[in-house]
Design a binder for this molecule. Sequence first.
Ligand code: NAD
Length: 482
Amino acid sequence: MAAAVARARQAQALWQASSFAERRRILYKLRDLLLDDSERLADILTGETGRPRAEVCGNELFYLCNAIGMWAKKAEEYLRPETIRPHFPLVKAKKVGCTYQPRGVIGIISPWNFPLTMTLGEAIPALMAGNAAIIKPSELTPLSALYGAELAAKAGLPKNLLQVTVGYGETGEALIDHADMIAFTGSVETGKRVMRRAAERLIPVSLELGGKDPLIVLKDADLDRAAGACVWGALMNCGQICTSIERVYVEAPVYQQFVDKVVERVRAIRQGASGDEVDLGSLTSEPQLNKIAAQVDEALARGAKLLTGGRRNPVLSGFYYEPTVLVDVDHSMGIMSEETFGPVIPIMKVRDANDALRLANDSRYGLSASVFTQNRAVAQDIAGRLDSGAVCVNDSLVNFIIPDAPMGGRKQSGFGQRHGAEGIRKFCHKKTTVTDRFGLKAEFPWYPATRKKAAQLGHLLNLLCHSGWRHKLKAFKDLIKS
Ligand code: NAD
């Protein structure tokens, strides 16, 4: 890792001098290559994850095309030097500005759920800001990242500027020991370990961690849309998304109707092998399947009722867990309090909007949330009071595919933003430059420090800052006298 970072530093020194136009040109070429080679890309992604072919193209490729276009168009604007106008008259004579400078070598440590989006997708803004990047992909899905880096090199990215180093947790630790910043996406527990290790070197980290996203359905909601968005938001990528819908709260008058609509849709889901035309594939690993099964079994043992699914698919061989709907759940169950990361929809009946809001906020996570109502004012009010980094109104999941909008968590879902201006500025040092305008031989506060100067400064501060007119007048007279 030390050698990889040293090579990356050399490449970065030249890269930071490149223009945005040059970086843009390489990104657009990369986008063409991704599109030209989409069949091979789909083979690798489906092979690594077990997801349906249509789904990997539909989201990983969609995401990258969208994100590349956004960073290519907006990076320069986000990183434009800023002029600052000081508010205080005594320093107004200074010319003040800020610039964004690359941090150097960014370490990207990634999970397995979106093997290309979470690796190449995170590296793109880092590179666009003038950094080098070293990706440590998940040990479960390293091939997509390796392939992404290969395509980036083909697109013209200088040698060693983007490297992929595969390995387990220790490889991630070694990256923390050498990089200038860590952009980590993964579980809460690993996120804490990453932050502790980064603290030893005092390097910055951004942490995009787990979620337990709630969806609220109020009695005036369009129930068909709400049910459709709920099923898609909970089951897409087999529920292995940080912003998957993992808890549903429905107002009592429409509860039964909503549950029926969800169950009908879930029963119609076709699950199968990635090559077939199916809606739902397999989970990515056996431990993940076991974790989901244990959560569902615990909920059932505590009194939850199963409406569909609730078991490993008995027909398919592989890590297939049936899409599942549970009711009669409560917050004492892991299925409502801990991240599931699987195709499970637990639904709870609530008295009213306030009850839903209280339960939605009763979580150690705070990544995203959804609310369904036809009343825009109520939607905005609830969105404002939800303790989460993002809220979708009458929709689910879509905030992630709008890379122009910041995305990040609260509470144990982490901090630091992916996307938007902050999503690229986090990869930069912000440097302030203060320039003297007038070139005087000496400035007022410089030595020698005399009593007269101190008194004059006191008069001046009274004149400028005191809110009483009498004080101001007196300070003015004193100043003239002195
Ligand atoms: P994980 O925490 O087990 O692993 C993530 C990465 O960290 C892997 O590459 C792993 O090898 C590495 N790692 C493990 N131990 C390490 C250590 N001590 N030091 C440095 N690196 C180490 O997570 P996972 O199971 O791969 O991914 C699933 C998690 O990711 C879920 O909790 C999910 O919510 C989260 N996630 C969050 C977002 C987001 O944007 N907030 C997006 C996708 C996934």
